[in-house]
Design a protein around this ligand. Structure first.
Ligand code: RP5
Length: 171
């Protein structure tokens, strides 16, 4: 019987409505063979649970926390305030302001409590996973090899797209 690996990344989102974006984070981590726990917790609606989770995250074996919220997106900052683990923040596009509200409330942390904030939405969701892998690859040769392969593959895709375009244009 295969033993399930203990999750090393915690994905914490403010609402179930964030899941369509956070699914990209979860799936990207899976591509790298990284197990993640996914939790719904809110800085505003369940502040005690969020604080408690972050306080115990290191003890529970997590290496990186990824927070994601939209609107007054304080979740990543609250998590960062309750842990010494690296916290990556994903601003999720909310119901107004095209995600600028989420971006600023995630990124504009006061000194001493950083949140490594990625781009709004899908690109950020994928990059949060890659950044988490990069952090963990500092002490994992297999993850480092996977990152190298990922980059090579990405470059090959761009070169193939360029070759296809050149052929289409008859250049
Ligand atoms: C935030 O408020 C959540 O992270 C979500 O992005 C946003 C809206 O939440 P719902 O009203 O859809 O639950 O806390």
């Amino acid at each position: 019987m295969a033993v399930k690996k203990k999750p090393t990344v915690a994905i914490v989102m403010g609402s179930k409505s964030d899941w369509p974006v956070l699914e990209y984070t979860y799936n990207t981590l899976k591509e790298f063979g990284v197990e993640a726990t996914v939790k719904i917790m809110s800085a505003h609606r369940t502040p005690h649970e969020a604080a408690d989770f972050a306080e115990n995250a290191s003890k529970n074996g997590y290496k990186v926390i990824i927070g994601a919220a939209g609107g007054a997106a304080h979740l990543s900052g609250v998590l960062a305030g309750h842990t010494t683990l690296p916290v990556i923040g994903i601003p999720v596009k909310g119901w107004a302001l095209d995600g600028m509200d989420s971006l600023l409330s995630t990124v504009q942390m006061p000194k001493g409590v950083p949140v490594a904030t990625v781009a709004i939405g899908k690109a950020g969701a994928i990059n949060a996973a890659i950044l988490a892998v990069q952090i963990m690859a500092l002490s994992s040769a297999p993850l480092k090899r996977k990152l190298t392969a990922y980059k090579k593959n990405m470059a090959a895709e761009v070169l193939a797209a360029d070759a296809e375009l050149q052929a289409e244009l008859g250049a």
